[in-house]
Design a protein around this ligand. Structure first.
Ligand SMILES: Cc1cc2nc3c(=O)[nH]c(=O)nc-3n(C[C@H](O)[C@H](O)[C@H](O)COP(=O)(O)O)c2cc1C
Length: 191
């Protein structure tokens, strides 16, 4: 069982990064094979709407997305983690998501994406306590997952955490993240 973690923050060892590491530890505790992608370290151009993908499901832009598509398609589980930037996902992560219009094209236009029972979860963190802080991002992740056959099954949304590493002072967030990863692995193995 493979679980892919996608780290959307530019801040290494920041709150998102630490939360995702715990979630992946939780998944590993259930014998999942885990891999973490740090989106900020990749060269991913934003979607230019060339729509080459409508012809054969492949994006015409050549960059680090070439190695991300197969990872997205072969993972059994995916955990996406992001800080909130202006009530949304980071630009780095949104570029990766938008480039997956190519996978959307495979599924809905070319009907070439095999049906799969894959599952995904979202970890969000923000500094404020706004009630709607995660609403937009949750929808984006949900429909991103749906575009290539991943069911949105779990989430961990942490408010009121700002400075790098401040998440370590939160009473439950890191252990909640561990549990999220563990639950995802258990759901994937039929538990
Ligand atoms: C450009 C930018 C925009 C932000 N916008 C929001 C926001 O809209 N709402 C919020 O609660 N926090 C916002 N924050 C704060 C971050 O979400 C917060 O500091 C978070 O803990 C950072 O996580 P990280 O350490 O994983 O990068 C913003 C921070 C930056 C740098």
């Amino acid at each position: 069982m493979k679980i892919l973690g996608i780290m959307g923050s530019p801040r290494i060892k920041g709150n998102t990064d630490l939360l995702l590491d715990e979630a992946l530890k939780g998944a590993r505790s259930q014998s999942a094979e885990v891999e973490k992608i740090i989106v900020d370290k990749l060269k991913i151009a934003p979607c230019r709407e060339y729509y080459g993908c409508l012809k054969d499901g492949n994006c015409v832009i050549r960059d680090d997305m070439d190695e991300i598509y197969p990872k997205l398609l072969t993972a059994d589980g995916i955990i996406i983690a992001s800080p909130m930037f202006f009530y949304g996902l980071t630009a780095q992560l949104k570029a990766l998501i938008d480039r997956c219009q190519a996978l959307w094209a495979r599924k809905y236009v070319l009907k070439s994406l095999p049906a799969a029972k894959r599952k995904g979860a979202f970890i969000g963190v923000g500094a404020t306590r706004g009630k709607q802080l995660f609403d937009g991002s949750r929808l984006t992740i949900k429909y991103f997952f749906q575009a290539f056959g991943v069911e949105y099954v779990d989430e961990l949304l942490i408010r009121g955490v700002d400075k790098r590493g401040e998440i370590k002072q939160h009473p439950t967030a890191l252990s909640d993240a561990f549990e999220l990863g563990k639950r995802l692995a258990q759901k994937l193995s039929g538990g």
